[in-house]
Design a protein around this ligand. Structure first.
Ligand SMILES: CC(C)(COP(=O)(O)OP(=O)(O)OC[C@H]1O[C@@H](n2cnc3c(N)ncnc32)[C@H](O)[C@@H]1OP(=O)(O)O)[C@@H](O)C(=O)NCCC(=O)NCCS
Length: 185
């Protein structure tokens, strides 16, 4: 039997609305910000990634392809109410048997850190997932020294559930269950 998707209509993912941000599906016009953020050493370090060194043209070619590839992940832009693109959120490793999904978030614009934007984006998403989809659990990983991220996730109801090491990097695993009483956004 075909199970309901986490987004009922895959051709038209929803726009999610929080108190401080909106989340909308990614589009080609986001490429310039994403390129800038993927080149940023501090952001990459916080995400255990290596800054990209390709040209914008090369980046754009892959970006366009990925945007149109029917995928197993969903990528959303995080915008302020006046339409400023400040970061991204994504959902992947969807397990429709366990009703579980992994998420990732990045506020790319440093001026917007520590101001509740990340918390608002995550709460808007969790409220959508747990009220409109069959998902029962959302999990994520973050570097063990990324205290800001862990604080943000705790505020959203995530609790630590283990850790995993890849090479030099140790990540804390965190989860939130459908039964968790979420804060108001
Ligand atoms: C991680 C991230 C999504 C969090 O979003 P955010 O909007 O900055 O987070 P919030 O403001 O909602 O919450 C951060 C909390 O951490 C606290 N904090 C920040 N640095 C801290 C530190 N060094 N020690 C203790 N608390 C800290 C803030 O005070 C805030 O708590 P408060 O609201 O109780 O004051 C965002 O900062 C980000 O994307 N950063 C860069 C990339 C990154 O870290 N990516 C990895 C994500 S796994």
């Amino acid at each position: 039997m075909r199970r309901p998707s986490i987004f009922a209509d895959l051709t038209k993912p929803p726009i999610l609305t929080g108190n401080k941000v909106n989340l909308r599906p990614k589009r080609l016009q986001d490429a310039a910000n994403d390129y800038r953020w993927r080149q940023n050493a501090e952001l990459c370090q916080l995400d255990a990634a290596i800054p990209i060194s390709c040209s914008f043209e090369e980046f754009l070619e892959n970006y366009t392809e990925e945007l149109h590839r029917p995928g197993k992940s969903y990528r959303f832009a995080i915008e302020t109410p006046d339409g400023k693109h400040i970061g991204n959120c994504s959902y992947f490793n969807i397990d429709q048997t366990k009703n579980d999904v992994e998420m990732g978030i990045m506020i790319g614009e440093r001026d917007y850190w520590n101001r509740g934007y990340g918390t608002d984006a995550i709460l808007a998403t969790l409220n959508h997932f747990f009220s409109q989809t069959p998902l029962k659990r959302v999990h994520l990983k973050t570097l063990n020294w990324n205290i800001r991220a862990q604080k943000c996730f705790q505020k959203c109801g995530f609790v630590p559930c283990g850790q995993v090491t890849y090479g030099d990097y140790t990540f804390i695993l965190m989860e939130v269950q459908r039964s968790t009483k979420l804060k108001d956004e």
